[in-house]
Design a protein around this ligand. Structure first.
Ligand SMILES: [Zn+2]
Length: 322
């Protein structure tokens, strides 16, 4: 038995060094075309109101997982501004770029929020105004009426939509994140499914136009997956939507193949590094890329993904210290 211990330890050490090396190894070459990363926030929380213990458990359960402290959010914005490496654009700019009407000279960031939490109005809105950054708010359209449950009211949303920056430009847009936030699964019977999806797409379009005076052009899919892609896209187009955010973790590249109905975003969660690790997301290390490749390959096999996550969370940080 004892004979196995030494080779096992040596093997483990080699593995650790290898992972550390792969983690550091990243491509530094600038892509031919600059890319766009959509940062997706949910709710913000005042630093002094954070229960650190629970906050740190964020990985295990919502809602902490989706919270970002106001100081973290501010640090993210400061980093974007001070690094000088990124332009902040809107989804409307992205559409204009796809059409060849606008061009990007450097990598860009889209700042977006899901769910319509009141904390976005209270904490993000003043910070975004201060920085003059454009932002997109994907709201759940049956929520603004229910003023008591922590969501923005139509008055809050109107105030943001009507705000203009020092150039007189509207920089905040109110878009759709469904009507009820119902995560619809694909095994729902097809007629029911079609009616339900139609309502989830059409109600926000109707209500936002009525209350805000501007038709929403972008839709963010609630939950992960669930909506039958082709049917959703078909209906979204009929209803006047120009794009759908439906995926996670990929840089959007602007070329004629850009599919506006399958936009990707990066969720900025409580445990996401501060400031938000844009450099790493734009130029992932070999290990990051391998992780994506392996998890795509093993889609459905949660076990493997959690092993990789475990290695990255528990082993890789120690290698970086060494
Ligand atoms: Zn949501």
């Amino acid at each position: 038995m004892i004979n196995f211990i030494r080779p096992a330890i040596i093997y483990l050490i080699i593995l650790i060094i290898l992972f550390g090396f792969l983690q550091k190894l990243r491509s530094t070459e600038t892509p031919e075309n600059p890319g766009v990363i959509m940062l997706l926030y949910h709710s913000l929380v005042k630093d002094e109101e954070v229960d650190e213990k629970k906050f740190k458990l964020g990985y295990e359960g919502a809602p902490y997982l989706y919270q970002r402290k106001t100081s973290q959010f501010k640090a993210d914005m400061e980093y974007i501004k001070n690094s000088g490496k990124y332009e902040v654009i809107s989804l409307y700019d992205l559409e204009a770029m796809r059409m060849g009407e606008k061009e990007l000279s450097k990598n860009a960031v889209i700042i977006a929020f899901d769910d319509g939490s009141i904390s976005q109005y209270k904490f993000a809105f003043p910070i975004l105004k201060e920085f003059g950054f454009k932002a997109t708010f994907f709201i759940v359209s049956n929520k603004p009426e229910k003023k008591s449950d922590g969501h923005m009211s139509w008055d809050n949303l109107r105030e943001m939509a009507n705000y203009t920056d020092s150039y007189g430009e509207y920089i905040f847009s109110i878009e759709s994140h469904s009507h009820t936030h119902l995560p619809i699964t694909e095994d729902v019977g097809s007629d029911f499914f079609r009616d339900r999806i139609y309502k989830e797409l059409s109600e926000p379009a109707r209500l936002i136009e009525k209350e805000i005076g501007k038709q929403p052009r972008f839709f963010s899919i609630p939950g992960v997956g669930g909506y039958k892609k082709e049917e959703t896209i078909e209906m979204a187009k009929e209803l006047g939507y120009w794009g759908i955010r439906s995926r996670l973790g990929e840089v959007i590249s602007i070329n004629k193949d850009l599919d506006m109905y399958s936009l990707s975003s990066f969720a900025v969660l409580n445990k996401t590094k501060t400031p938000v690790p844009l450099e790493r997301w734009f130029y992932p290390s070999v290990l990051d890329k391998t992780k994506v490749l392996v998890s795509n390959f093993l889609k459905g096999s949660k076990k493997m993904t959690s092993i990789i996550n475990f290695i990255q969370k528990n082993i890789v940080p120690y290698i970086n210290i060494i």
